[in-house]
Design a protein around this ligand. Structure first.
Ligand code: G3P
Length: 218
């Protein structure tokens, strides 16, 4: 499973990149706003900076909701850098835009996926990725991970090449569950990734090893 980081924060992106396990970045308008990035030029420059930090795919979301606007923005975003993947919401115009952009060889990430049917339609349109939002489904007292199992199973049945990019990951256990469910990618907050390292027996074991070494070598 590939690891993406779900943030527009450059320090966090650098920290994840330095760890050596990062395969890409996802952003959305809320994450850009959280970093105070505003104005078209600043936003585009921010995407370029992210592409220079990481080696992998960087999702940049369109703001337009009409078909013409979506494809115009999508083409502009894709022209910014070869690593850019155009993120498009799963609306009627979004599906049309994904079909158009994929026909032009532009890679897309269909976002705000909450059902297997939405994922199927996005895949039919040629999306490179679909992004099911598991945390937001959990918020409605329904199992978000179950959606990952269903989409992975459906894509497997038909040999669909669209990648399942699990999004809205809120904590470390979500990452493990996404891997168990067969997600191609999990896009995660940095603290959820770092949580994978934590185990008290590792800390205790290391302390014991170092203490035993010191006894004989000091
Ligand atoms: O990847 C989508 C993500 O940014 C949304 O996360 O926590 O706002 O549901 P959240």
């Amino acid at each position: 499973m590939d690891f993406f980081i779900d943030t527009a924060n450059l320090d966090q992106i650098r920290e994840a990149q330095d760890l050596g396990i990062l395969n890409g970045v996802t952003t959305n308008p809320s994450l850009m706003a959280k970093e105070g990035i505003k104005g078209e030029e600043n936003i585009l420059n921010h995407y370029k900076t992210i592409c220079e930090i990481v080696d992998g795919d960087v999702s940049a979301e369109v703001i337009a909701t009409d078909f013409e606007g979506m494809i115009k923005e999508g083409e502009e975003l894709a022209a910014l850098h070869p690593q850019i993947v155009v993120k498009v919401p799963v609306t009627k115009n979004g599906i049309k835009a994904i079909k158009y952009l994929s026909g032009k060889g532009i890679r897309t990430n269909c976002t705000l996926i909450f059902s297997p049917g939405q994922a199927l339609l996005a895949a039919k349109a040629g999306a490179t990725y679909v992004s099911p939002f598991i945390g937001r489904i959990d918020d409605t007292s329904t199992d978000g991970i179950d959606l990952i199992y269903k989409i992975v199973d459906m894509f497997g049945t038909y040999g669909i090449e669209t990648q399942v990019l699990a999004a809205s990951i809120r904590h470390t256990m979500h990452i493990v569950q996404c891997a168990e469910a067969g997600a191609d990618v999990a896009t995660c907050p940095l603290n959820a990734i770092l949580g994978l390292l934590k185990h008290p027996l590792t800390d205790n074991g290391l302390a014991q090893f170092l203490a035993d070494y010191k006894k004989l070598n000091s």
